[in-house]
Ligand binder design. Sequence first.
Ligand SMILES: [Fe+2]
Length: 311
Amino acid sequence: MQRVGVFDQGVLEPATGRDLTTGRADFIERAQTRGELFIEQPYGLYSEANQQTWRRLYRALAGKWEQHAHPRFLDGVTRLALDPDRIPRLADINRFLEPLSGFRARAVSGYVPAYLFFDCLRRREFPTTITVRDGDRLDYLPEPDIFHDLAGHVPMHTDPAFADVLVRFGEAARTAAVRARDGDCRRVESALKALARFFWFTIEFGLMRRPDGDGLCAYGSGLLSSAGEIGHALESPRVQRVPFQLDWVVNQSFEIDSLQPLLFVVDGFDHLEREVLRLERWLGDGRLDNVAPGEPAVSREDLRSFRPDAR
Ligand SMILES: [Fe+2]
C-alpha cells in the first residue's frame, strides 16, 4: 500500500540483487541459506540507489522530527551524528552509542525470533536490519529496514532512561520464558501476544506528553521512521489518543499495514518504566495467560523461541 505522496520522485536505478535492497539482496539470501542470523554490514554493497533512498527518507523526516519528535530523540540524532546524505556504518554508530547507554546495534540477516529479539534487548544489543527499502515504496513498511531501525529506533537508545526500559522489557520476556517451561502452548501464546502488543504500542508507536507539558510528541520508532505515520499520529482528528492503560494495551489487536487509528500516551520515561515493571509482574503471576485473541499472530518459530524444548 502506497500511503502518501510526501516524497520527491528521484530517478531510480532498478535493484539488481547485487545491492542491499530489502527483499532482493543476494548477500542476505546467502546468509539466510547458511543459517547466519548475526552478520557483518557489507557496506560496499550499498548502491547509489540505496544511498539515494536514505537521503530521500531523511529529507522527508527531518522537518517532521523537529515538529513532532521527543526532544531526547532529537538529542540522539545529534549525538549519533546521523548523516542525512549517507547510510551510516553500524561501527560508527556504536562508537557514539555504547559510551552513552551501553547499547549497540548488531546487524542481522532477517527476522529474529521473538524471544531471541527480546533477550538481545536485555543484553543491550539491538538487532538491526541492514537492507534499505525499495526506493519506489518509501513509506510502505511491511518489514523493518535500516532506516526504520537506525533512524527510527537507535536515536532513543542514546538516552539511559529509555535504554533501561528496553532492558526491563527484555527481563519481562525472560520472566515469561521461565514460566513457559511448564506452561501449555496456549498460555505461552497469550504471554507472547501481550509482550508484542506492549512493544507495539510503546516502543514502536508510543506517544508521550511533552516534557514542558504542552501537547504530545512521538517516541515510537514506527512513527519516527514514517513521514506519513508521524503526521497522522499527531495531527489527524481520526486518531484516538488515549492515556496508557496496561490492561487495554495487552488485549488490543493491531494491524501492521495501515495507518494506526489508536495510540496510547505515557506521561514520561518514568511512567513507561513503571508500566514495564507492571507488565513483568502480570506475566509472572499468570494474569496474562488469557489475553484477547486477535493480532498479532504468533508463529511456531516465535513459540519455539520461548520454549526451545517444545515441538
Ligand atoms: Fe521497529
